[in-house]
Design a protein around this ligand. Structure first.
Ligand code: 3PG
Length: 306
């Protein structure tokens, strides 16, 4: 049986070695398709694959049609908005993610970008510190919880909004539960976004919420660009000269924002949150183990489609 690792943005070599050990150790063949720029390459490689390991690579109906032998897709990471779940179900393909495996890496980048924002993108002018400031975490999942842990190390006051997470879980982590999105944005100078991109959350953060941020507010987005209403973001940055936006996912209008707001915005050139050797090893090897568990024993503990 063939396991295809298709990563437009490759894992660290050490993670690929670990994945190979798991897959070949189980008696399966491993094929690597890295840095592909043409979807046709993915369509060709997937034709005789029994399992597929991906990152943010798009798996749509066309890919699933081409993958005649495919049984399982494991997204080595948290968000699976890049996979057409309904099409996978229609094709009888199990889809899984590897929750938590790359969350510390993403959380650390939140602070890499936050410090950069309050130090005015390191432009030499006088900035400010994070100690004693308030940070609101928008969704208290695995990444959000790591953000809370690190924020406490900075001496920040932490609160979070997450209708799917019981208040007790936050309280136990020393985080104040917030019950409305308006309160989260109104009361926190820093807001860190960790909501997934779903039909409900798309464009859900825009002008009105940004305008509620306290003076010198910073919105940090290491989640998905789709959750931002970019036109609203642009208007808010225009109307509030004190606020900043830093993101690990380039907005569609990144060039316009950069030209207009210069040091008040920052975007990584490519999504870097999970791009550490540790996260690659954790998520990549977890994905490989999940593939083996599925192919060999039918275990689908991390299945995300019905
Ligand atoms: C995730 O959903 O796990 C992160 O966004 C990381 O995505 P990546 O594997 O494409 O870096």
């Amino acid at each position: 049986m063939k396991v295809l690792v298709a990563t437009e943005k490759p894992f660290a070599a050490v993670a690929v070695d670990g994945i190979r050990k798991v897959i070949e150790g189980a008696g399966y063949e491993l094929e690597l398709l890295e840095k592909y720029t043409d979807k046709a390459d993915l369509l060709a490689a997937v034709a005789n694959a029994d399992a597929l390991i991906i990152r943010s690579d798009k798996v749509d109906a066309e890919v699933l049609d081409a993958a005649k032998q495919l049984k399982v897709v494991v997204r080595a990471g948290a968000g699976y908005d890049n996979v057409d779940l309904a099409a996978a179900t229609a094709h009888g393909v199990c889809v899984e993610n590897t929750p938590g495996q790359n969350s510390n890496a993403v959380a650390e980048l939140v602070f890499g970008m936050t410090v950069m924002a309050v130090r005015n993108m390191y432009n030499g002018t006088s900035g400010s510190e994070l100690k004693d400031k308030k940070i609101g975490i928008h969704a208290f999942g695995q990444v959000g919880r790591n953000v809370a842990r690190i924020a406490k190390g900075f001496g920040m006051e932490v609160s979070a909004l997450d209708p799917y997470c019981p208040d007790e879980v936050m309280v136990e982590a020393g985080v104040a539960p917030v019950h409305s999105v308006e309160d989260l944005y109104k009361n926190n100078k820093f807001v860190s976004l960790h909501i997934p991109a779903t039909p409900e959350t798309k464009k859900s953060v825009g002008y009105d919420l940004l305008m509620m941020l306290p003076k010198n507010g910073v919105l940090i987005n290491t989640a998905r660009k789709e959750v931002i209403d970019e036109e609203g973001l642009q208007r808010a940055l225009r109307d509030r000269a004190d606020i900043k936006y830093v993101a690990d996912i380039r907005p569609d209008i990144a060039d316009d924002l950069k030209a207009e707001f210069t040091d008040r915005v920052f975007f990584t050139p490519k999504k870097m949150g999970a791009q550490t050797s540790e996260a690659n090893i954790n998520a990549g090897i977890a994905a490989a183990n999940q593939v083996v568990a599925f192919l060999r024993d039918g275990i689908d503990r991390f299945r995300v489609n019905k």
